[in-house]
Design a protein around this ligand. Structure first.
Ligand code: COA
Length: 360
């Protein structure tokens, strides 16, 4: 038995390969580095979906139309929903979508986080939701629906780069959850709901909010070493470091660091915040190495995600929802692949409870 299923291969996939030894991520034959440099999210989505749906429309236009369609679902928002954290409110809205398995159902699910998260943030703040512009890119439209302003090219590129970076990542916990549900032949909405529920935990997609909490608590570059030492002495885990598969630096951390630099170059990130983050990263790496010399613990995707999403104006409570905005493409492609080529996923458990008493 292997409680965390480490090293267990539970699916074969054409979608992505996480090479933990060499710190490489391949998505359908392209390296992450190439994709973040050359492709926008819509292209990567088309790459992930290729062959899993019979129709192949122009994806940017079809996704824009899906955003417009999803906007109408905001009529379901009620005051109770607005008391929930954004990711939970979004999950409730997603649960109302038709549980189909065709391309239109898939595109509605991809559009949903991009429309629901900005709208929920505005509604929670007592403002009205802003309707999508179907001709905009997915990233630019999301930022405009949140702030009401046209984002700068650097802001759009930074969010786009983030979405590409997190679009797919092997059999991570949320993708596995999506595949388990798809293996029962339930629809795509069911798979996405299961995946989203897995994503929100702090050991998976819930980490970047706590990364900012850590930066706040460390407060200044000078204070960072003492604060980190105290956390580690208490047995706490440092958010944004370590990974189940990567034994070297997570390649996604570098992809996002370059997007953060793009924002910095355009004056769209607070330099003091960036300097604090870099100091915390350096100190954390040094102290983790000293504490666990045999266990390589390096920066993961969540560390620079936190800085990037904060600089783009997303509140930390919304970070998991923005992660879902990118990863939903991967979840859907995996769900389709599982339903088409996989078996019902049904492992066994080892019973360690008591046996019934023999009759007297
Ligand atoms: N900070 C401090 N110590 C850490 C650590 C971190 N971020 N990540 C792992 N460790 C320590 C563990 O406490 C453990 O120590 P122990 O052997 O004394 O108990 C050792 O390193 C091995 O950890 P393990 O739990 O086997 O690693 P894992 O593969 O299960 O964990 C994560 C992977 C991602 C869950 C883990 O690194 C973590 O909790 N990171 C922080 C949360 C985070 O950033 N999540 C986003 C992931 S993309």
């Amino acid at each position: 038995m292997n409680a965390g299923l480490e090293d267990v291969v539970a699916a074969s996939t054409v979608l992505s390969d996480v090479d933990g030894k060499n710190g490489r991520l391949i998505i359908r034959g392209s390296s992450l580095d190439d994709l973040v440099t050359n492709d926008r999210y819509e292209n990567v989505l088309a790459l992930l979906f290729a062959g899993f749906f019979p129709q192949t429309p122009s994806l940017p236009a079809a996704l824009g139309a899906a955003r417009a369609e999803i906007f109408d679902h905001l009529t379901a928002v009620d005051p109770t929903l607005l008391t929930l954290p954004p990711v939970d409110a979004m999950r409730a809205l997603l649960a109302r979508l038709d549980d189909g398995d065709d391309l239109s159902a898939a595109l509605r699910l991809v559009a949903a986080p991009a429309v629901f998260i900005p709208a929920l943030l505005r509604l929670k703040a007592g403002k009205s939701a802003i309707a999508p512009q179907p001709a905009s890119s997915h990233a630019a439209d999301t930022l405009r629906m949140m702030t009401g302003d046209i984002p700068s090219p650097e802001q759009t590129a930074a969010l786009d780069r983030y979405l590409v970076t997190v679009a797919d990542h092997g059999l991570n916990a949320s993708t596995f959850a999506a595949r388990v549900v798809a293996s029962t032949r339930a629809g795509l909405t069911s798979s996405v709901l299961a995946a989203l529920s897995a994503l929100k935990g702090p050991l998976h997609g819930g980490a970047p909010g706590p990364v900012l909490d850590m930066l706040d608590a460390a407060a200044t570059p000078d204070n960072a070493p003492n604060w980190i030492a105290a956390e580690l002495a208490r047995g706490e885990r440092l958010m944004g470091f370590g990974h189940r598969v990567y034994r070297v630096r997570d390649p996604r951390a570098d992809a996002l660091k370059s997007a953060v630099r793009l924002l910095a170059g355009a004056g769209a990130i607070d330099p003091a915040r960036l300097a604090l983050a870099e100091a915390v990263e350096r100190t954390a790496l040094d102290q983790l190495k000293a504490k666990k010399p045999d266990r390589p613990l390096d920066t993961n995707v969540e560390f620079y995600t936190a800085l990037l999403l904060e600089a783009l104006g997303f509140p930390r409570q919304a970070f998991t929802g923005v992660f879902a905005m990118g990863r939903v493409g991967g979840w859907i492609a995996h769900a389709r692949e599982q339903a088409e080529t996989g078996r019902l996923i049904r492992p066994r458990s080892l019973y360690i409870g008591p046996q019934p008493q023999a009759a007297a």
